[in-house]
Design a protein around this ligand. Structure first.
Ligand SMILES: [Zn+2]
Length: 263
């Protein structure tokens, strides 16, 4: 009995792999009954090309991403020293004395913090998910709401943070909930604009799960708005990206929006 259960299991995995390999770059799954062109149900953008899980597995890398990810220990030290030097320059430029006691370790401290704030460049979707996609007949909406995130606005390098709400309607594939949180973490720990962050999480999930629909809503407060310029302290920016049935069916979309607004 246990043997046959085990065999069923591995058969399932094999089937899963086959299905996955059938997914073409446009986001279609030939074997899927719904054949919803999820990722293509919205306009393409040069910043969010398909497929999400690109050939080198970096998930929308930038030019320096691979170098950072593959850096040797020595190269990481050099990177840290270079970044610290740049922070020292900032201290000089704002009219400070980088050699006064309180600031002595600030350049290195900030450099390390900056590398942490952007650690999402060292992650990729494939490694994060690492097999945590399961076959389930569940086809009701799955919602994870109030996921806290912290990101850096790429225009000012100051933080924006807030909450992300994610919903999807499975198509025989579900993902471990903690993995959803890690996907949010990966894309937010990069230089971002809120619109792109929203889209990347939605497209990433859409490609991993080939679901019937995905929806991502992000509510965020931007320090670059709060601390400078317009200084609108209470302003919350909301962005959303809806794909598949969550985009095309008003009733389903409404259900999602109701569920995430319920406290
Ligand atoms: Zn900004």
């Amino acid at each position: 009995m246990s043997t046959s259960a085990h065999m069923d299991d591995s058969d399932g995995r094999e089937r899963h792999q086959m299905e996955h390999s059938k997914i073409d770059v446009e986001g279609y799954n030939e074997g899927s009954p719904t054949r919803t062109p999820l990722a293509t149900s919205r306009a393409q953008s040069p910043y969010t090309p398909h497929p999400t899980i690109d050939f080198d597995g970096l998930s929308w890398p930038s030019r320096g991403t691979l170098q950072r990810r593959e850096a040797t220990e020595k190269e990481m030290e050099e990177r840290l020293a270079k970044l610290s030097g740049a922070v020292r320059t900032i201290l000089e430029c704002v009219g400070e004395d980088p050699d006064r006691e309180g600031l002595l370790n600030t350049p290195e401290r900030y450099a390390k913090a900056m590398l942490f704030f952007t650690k999402g460049y060292e992650d990729d979707l494939r490694a994060i998910v690492n097999g945590a996609i399961f076959h389930e007949d569940h086809d009701e909406m799955v919602i994870v709401k109030d996921i806290d995130f912290f990101s850096l606005c790429e225009h000012h390098l100051v933080p924006f943070s807030g909450k992300m709400h994610i919903g999807y309607i499975p198509n025989r594939r579900v993902i471990g909930l903690s993995k959803i949180v890690r996907i949010v973490e990966m894309f937010s720990r990069r230089l971002q604009v809120q619109e792109r962050l929203t889209k990347q999480v939605a497209l990433g999930l859409s490609e991993l799960l080939q679901p019937q629909g995905v929806s991502v809503v992000v509510e965020s407060s931007h320090l670059c708005m709060v601390m400078r310029g317009v200084q609108k302290t209470g302003a919350i920016t909301t962005t959303s990206c809806m794909l598949g049935r969550l985009r095309s069916t008003a009733k389903t979309r409404e259900e999602f929006l109701n569920l995430i607004s319920r406290k």
